[in-house]
Design a protein around this ligand. Sequence first.
Ligand code: CA
Length: 232
Amino acid sequence: MQGERRGPRLLLAEDDPELAGMLVELLTSEGYTVDALADGQSALHRALAGGYDVAVLDRGLPYVEGLELLARLRRAGWATPVLVLSAYGTAQDRVAGLDAGAEDYLAKPFDVEELLARLRALLRRHLDTAETLPVPGGRLDPRARTVTSPPTEPGDARGTVELSARESALLAVLAGRPSQVYAREDLLNRVFPDAEAANVVDTYVSYLRRKLGRGVIRTVHGVGYQLGRPQG
Ligand code: CA
């Protein structure tokens, strides 16, 4: 089957059914592939499953409110650009949104053309400045979920290793603060908020070591894990 050319994937979290329906229709007609969630908890899980180019989050959401949702995603290394929608439009409100990790902020009621223009700007800016993080042996791109190693000899192809969403999120947390030792429980809360057993962290550490070499993550016995030391 021939692959259909798909537009940007957009995660929408909005609990007002009328507004959500209008936005899904509008954004789909503009070429976005939209996943719409009506509460913060399901949006959190869907977001962590990964693969989004941009997200629109309402600030007032049931279960996990918008800014708490965003802060949790950013702590988990989630790098997708976010526009926050809010019924409040004060300066403090805007600052709170940006502090929680939003790239942009729009007060309700908003003009749909303005929303579309801001989303286009976010996508453009993000493509220009997509951040990568140094990890032992290469650089992690949390958005593409890849680790790319520089050539070891002139003429070598650059090696690229693909990671799952959770592998990438776990490595992004460690790589975000390379000097910090993270407790298992802490990593569990940040990366696997829906997991029941703490050993899921150990499992994912072993997946990452299998893909990237043992040195990528350091075990600190009795404490937890830390990013491995740079090689060479
Ligand atoms: Ca709301």
